[in-house]
Design a protein around this ligand. Structure first.
Ligand SMILES: NC(=O)c1ccc[n+]([C@@H]2O[C@H](COP(=O)([O-])OP(=O)(O)OC[C@H]3O[C@@H](n4cnc5c(N)ncnc54)[C@H](O)[C@@H]3O)[C@@H](O)[C@H]2O)c1
Length: 440
C-alpha cells in the first residue's frame, strides 16, 4: 500500500512518519518549501517528542519523502490522508479552503490516473464540519470524471492525538474511528491500521465528522467549568484545587457516563435551585461565570425544543406520559414535564397526563401544592385509567424512562399513535414515520 499524506503539519507529519515506520511507502505533500526540505533532510518540521528520530530513520530507509508535486504523489499512491489545516475564519466559521484545494488537486491527478490497482481511498483526517466529506467527494467526482465507491472513495477518519504526546497517541488512540459507507473502502482502511491494537469502530460519515467537534467542545467546557469554579472559590476564600480534587473522587456521578446521554431537560428539587443559587452568588460577588449562568437558560431552551417538536405534528389531543421530573419518583417540583404541559395547555391543546407514580389522591405537602399551583385544573387532566388515556389522545409524549410505558404502548393496538420520545425509550421505533425523537 502506498500512501500520500497531504499537509505536513502536526497531524500530517505524525501520520506520515509513523506509517512509514510501519513499513508503508509514504509521500508527504506540502506547499511549504521549508517543511519539504526539512523532511527530505531527515528532520521533523515540528517540535514534538520522538518525531525527529522517526523522520530521520524513515527518510534514510526510503519509506518517507516530501514533495510539492501532488500529481505524482497521487499517481504513485492508492491512499491519500488529508491533514491540511482547517482554521477559524473571522466569523468563527471553519475555513475549509485548504481541504477543498486538496480535493481539486486530487481530482486533477485522478483524472489523469490510469491503471488503478484498486479504488483510490481518501481519508479526511482534518477536523471538518459534517457534510465536508460528501462535498469533497462531489468535487473529486465532478472534476475527475471518476465514480465514488467505484474508482475512488472519501471517508472520515478523525485524528485524536494531542500535541506533546502525539506519537504515543498515534500508536495508542482511544479507538480508530472510521466514517464510511462502503465495505470495500472499510476493508482497505482496516488494513492500513492493522498494526494498532485499539478498537476499530465504523460509523456513518457524518457521525465520524461530528465526533471531533463534540470531543473538543466538551474538553473546552471542562476547562471553562473548572476555571469558573476557581473564580467563585477564590472570591469566597476557598481552595478550588481542593474542591475539584474532591469533586473528581466521585466516579459515580461526576466523572462518569452519567448525565451525558441526550434526552429531556433536567428538573427536580435540587439541580435547578442549586445551579441558580451558584449563578446568583457569582453575580453578587461581581463575577461573570457565563458557563454556569447559562445552564438554566440552556435547559429552558431544551423544553422549548421539545415543545416545538410536538407542535409541528399539528395534533390537538395530546397525552403526556410522565409528569414527574424523572422515573421512579412522585416528585413534581421543577419538573420540565410540568412546564411542557403548561405550555401545551397555553396553546389550546387538549392535554391528558398519565404517570405511573402520581395519584392525585395520594399527593400531599409541597408536591400537591406545587402541581395545583402550576397546573390549574390538574385533577381534570391527570388520568389513572391507562386505556382511557390512550383512547383519548392521538399523540403521546414520553418524558421519563418508566419501563411500564414501553410495555403499555407496545400492547396498545387500537390505533396508531404518534410517539414523541424525549428519553430514547423506543430506539427500535426510530425509523417508523410516527416516531419523533428529541435529538435523534
Ligand atoms: N494539532 C493537533 O493537535 C490536532 C489534533 C487532531 C486534529 N487536528 C486537526 O488536523 C488538521 C491539521 O492540523 P495541524 O495542527 O496539523 O495543522 P498545521 O497547520 O500544523 O498543518 C497543516 C499543513 O497543511 C499544509 N497545507 C495546506 N494546504 C495544503 C495543500 N493544498 N497541500 C499540501 N499541504 C497543504 C500547510 O502548509 C501546513 O503545513 C486540522 O483540521 C486540525 O483541526 C489537529
Amino acid at each position: 500500500m502506498k500512501i500520500a499524506v497531504f499537509g505536513l503539519g502536526y497531524v500530517g507529519i505524525i501520520s506520515a512518519a509513523c506509517l512509514a515506520e510501519q513499513g508503508y511507502k509514504v509521500i508527504g505533500v506540502e506547499v511549504n518549501d521549508i517543511k519539504i526540505n526539512e523532511v527530505n533532510n531527515g528532520r521533523s518540521p515540528i517540535v514534538e517528542p520522538y518525531v525527529n528520530e522517526i523522520v530521520s530513520k524513515v527518510v534514510k530507509s526510503g519509506n518517507l519523502e516530501a514533495t510539492d508535486d501532488f500529481e505524482s504523489a497521487v499517481k504513485n499512491s492508492n491512499i491519500a490522508l488529508i491533514c491540511v489545516g482547517t482554521p477559524s475564519s473571522e466569523t468563527g466559521e471553519v475555513d475549509l479552503s485548504f481541504i477543498f484545494k486538496t480535493a481539486q488537486q486530487i481530482a486533477d491527478a485522478l483524472r489523469k490516473k490510469e491503471n488503478f490497482e484498486s479504488e483510490y481511498v481518501i481519508l479526511i483526517r482534518s477536523t471538518s464540519m459534517p457534510g465536508t466529506v460528501d462535498k469533497f467527494a462531489e468535487v473529486v467526482q465532478s472534476i475527475s470524471g471518476k465514480k465514488r465507491k467505484k474508482d475512488f472513495d472519501v471517508v472520515s477518519n478523525p485524528e485524536f492525538l494531542r500535541e506533546g504526546n502525539a506519537v504515543n497517541d498515534f500508536y495508542n488512540p482511544p479507538f480508530t474511528l472510521l466514517g464510511c459507507e462502503c465495505e470495500r473502502s472499510e476493508k482497505i482502511v482496516r488494513q492500513i491500521y492493522s498494526f494498532l491494537e485499539a478498537p476499530f469502530i465504523v460509523t456513518s460519515v457524518k457521525t465520524a465528522e461530528m465526533l471531533k467537534y463534540v470531543n473538543n467542545t466538551f474538553h473546552g467546557l471542562k476547562v471553562g467549568f473548572a476555571n469558573e469554579i476557581a473564580r467563585i472559590c477564590r472570591k469566597k476564600g476557598i481552595d478550588s484545587r481542593e474542591v475539584m480534587e474532591l469533586f473528581l473522587l466521585d466516579k459515580k456521578l461526576n466523572i462518569s457516563e452519567y448525565y451525558l446521554r441526550p434526552g429531556f431537560a433536567f428538573g427536580g428539587s435540587c439541580l435547578p435551585k442549586d445551579v441558580r443559587a451558584l449563578s446568583y452568588e457569582s453575580k453578587k460577588n461581581g463575577l461573570s461565570l457565563p458557563i454556569i449562568e447559562n445552564i438554566m437558560n440552556s435547559n429552558s431552551l431544551h423544553i422549548e425544543w421539545a415543545f416545538d417538536i410536538i407542535l409541528k405534528e399539528k395534533v390537538t389531543n395530546i397525552g403526556v406520559m410522565g409528569i414527574t421530573f424523572k422515573n421512579g419518583t412522585d416528585d413534581l417540583r421543577e419538573s420540565p414535564a410540568v412546564v411542557l404541559v403548561e405550555k401545551l395547555l397555553g396553546k389550546g391543546k387538549n392535554v391528558l397526563v398519565y404517570d405511573e407514580n402520581v395519584r392525585l389522591s395520594k399527593l400531599v405537602g409541597s408536591n400537591r401544592e406545587y402541581i395545583e399551583r402550576e397546573i390549574k385544573h390538574i385533577s381534570e387532566i391527570l388520568i389513572e385509567d391507562q386505556e382511557k388515556f390512550l383512547d383519548s389522545v392521538d399523540l403521546v409524549v414520553i418524558t421519563n424512562r418508566e419501563n411500564s410505558y414501553r410495555e403499555l404502548l407496545n400492547s396498545y393496538q387500537k390505533k396508531e399513535l404518534i410517539i414523541v420520545d424525549l428519553v430514547n425509550i423506543f430506539p427500535e421505533k426510530r425509523s417508523s414515520k410516527n416516531y419523533k425523537g428529541i435529538g435523534w
